[in-house]
Design a protein around this ligand. Structure first.
Ligand SMILES: [Zn+2]
Length: 458
């Protein structure tokens, strides 16, 4: 089965002329704003997405609740007393999942936190390590979480991590490896500081810093929103198009991830409308999902996979949309290589020069990871240029990731291309689909082997 040029034209036209993207941008970024999972603002987001999807006439829309241990902070103070008369305050953020702590200790500069630098820094016991988040340029890159683990092992009581951004910008960070469930998260109490504050700290010899951080870890309720457009020929076979609807604290999440959330709901609108207008249905079922709690460890995607795909049933492919403010669509990036030629053929049939790539590692940076971890075929979009971040995609996890970071025209094009791609993938005869993922054991072994490696997604 193929998708005719008429249908392609209709999809492109509808994605542009019927677009509701500006309304969704206003609702998510301006009316609701920051939506940390488990908060009342996230529940307003969930209600909004549910009612929008219901309005499109999908076959089913469910709000799938779950609970999990969340985290929040109420105090994050840091100051240095140079002498009795001279005090300066630092602008800090606690790392996600940082415990409450209070410490007054000397600061030791450990550079990038490589073992060599830690050894040279002198005794760390009972002291606060000052560590650059970026990679030491001359050696094999080590993820910051692993460098912080080395700093903790050397006896530091806390770490101040220098955000690589400039101009007083700093964002929320976490220090763990989702490929390792036993990784201490974070390995020691951590806060991030701006590059400018850290430079001043470095200019203050033998500075003693006072850190005072209060956090809590409440159990909260959250939910994924799940809409289904049933397939005409193979309704029991699934394709998944998803993206997370939550943000970190204090940001309206224009790029991260109103862009992906809106592309999911707009693609649902366009394909549901295609059925109404032309009677054209997908061959297999398309599941549209907005995930909760991506920013807290992919809880929503993990819940979705356990709920629907734990008992042997697997989707053909799950596509994850995260941070699409990166210029026009360039292609998709698979986790496992066996679908590469097959997906490239689908992209070639669209005639827009889109490319299919395969990540060298199972990418644990977003909601496709819970799928990959179980050996399920999953992909994300080739949305960054990989060698450096797109200027707008450089905004995430910070207050300036506002609505203007989301380019409406580009997002319309994403929706058109995703509608065309999902429809094509839905119509491939089951026999022509190469293979259903890899075994869960094989995937899990790969994940273990890849622990500690740096995944190049930025
Ligand atoms: Zn994101």
């Amino acid at each position: 089965m193929t998708v005719s040029a008429d249908v392609d034209r209709w999809l492109f036209g509808e994605a542009w002329t019927g677009s509701q993207i500006p309304d969704h941008v206003t609702a998510l970024c301006d009316t609701i704003g920051p939506r940390w999972s488990g908060t009342e603002a996230e529940w307003r987001t969930i209600d909004y997405i549910r009612s929008v999807l219901e309005g499109y006439g999908l076959d089913r829309v469910d709000v799938e609740e779950f609970d999990f241990v969340s985290w929040s902070w109420s105090k994050a103070d840091a100051w240095v007393l140079v002498d009795q008369a001279d005090r300066f305050d630092l602008d800090i953020l606690p790392f996600i999942r940082c415990p409450s702590f209070q410490v007054d200790a000397q600061v030791v500069d450990v550079g990038f936190g490589t073992q060599r630098e830690i050894d040279q820094a002198g005794p760390l016991s009972g002291r606060i390590a000052l560590m650059a988040m970026s990679h030491e340029p001359f050696s094999e890159p080590i993820p910051p979480a692993y460098r912080l683990r080395q700093v903790a092992a050397a006896g530091a009581t806390a770490a101040i991590v220098i955000d690589p951004k400039t101009g007083g910008r700093r964002e929320y960070h976490s220090a763990h490896d989702s490929r390792d469930p036993d990784f201490d998260h974070p390995p020691l109490p951590c806060v991030s500081a701006t590059r400018e504050d850290a430079a001043r700290l470095r200019r203050t010899p033998a500075a003693r810093i006072h850190l005072d951080v209060e956090t809590t870890s409440p159990r909260v309720k959250s939910a994924n929103v799940h809409g289904v457009l049933e397939g005409e020929h193979w309704p029991e076979e699934d394709l998944v198009l998803g993206g997370h609807h939550d943000t970190v604290f204090g940001t309206p999440g224009g790029n991260d991830n109103s862009s992906g959330t809106i592309a999911v709901i707009e693609t649902a609108r366009v394909l549901a409308h295609l059925r109404k207008a032309l009677g054209k249905r997908p061959g297999r079922s398309i599941h549209f999902v907005t995930y909760a709690a991506e920013e807290q460890g992919f809880h929503g995607a993990g819940q979705f996979v356990s709920r629907h795909y734990a008992a042997g049933h697997r989707p053909r492919l799950a596509l994850n949309l995260d941070e699409l403010s990166a210029g026009p669509m360039k292609g998709i990036v698979l986790g496992f290589d066996h679908l590469r030629l097959f997906v490239q053929e689908q992209l070639d049939s669209m005639g827009d020069g889109l490319a299919c790539h395969v990540m060298a590692q199972l990418d644990n940076s977003s909601d496709h990871f819970p799928y990959l971890y179980r050996g399920i075929d999953a992909a994300h979009l080739w949305r960054w240029r990989f060698r450096s971040r797109h200027a707008d995609a450089d905004f995430h996890h910070e207050p300036a990731d506002t609505a203007d970071k989301l380019n409406v025209r580009e997002l319309k094009e994403y929706v058109a291309q995703l509608s065309r791609l999902m429809l094509r993938l839905s119509q491939v005869e089951p026999d022509a689909w190469p293979q259903l993922g890899v075994s869960a054991e094989e995937a899990a072994a790969r994940v273990v082997a890849e622990r500690g490696s740096v995944v190049r997604v930025f």
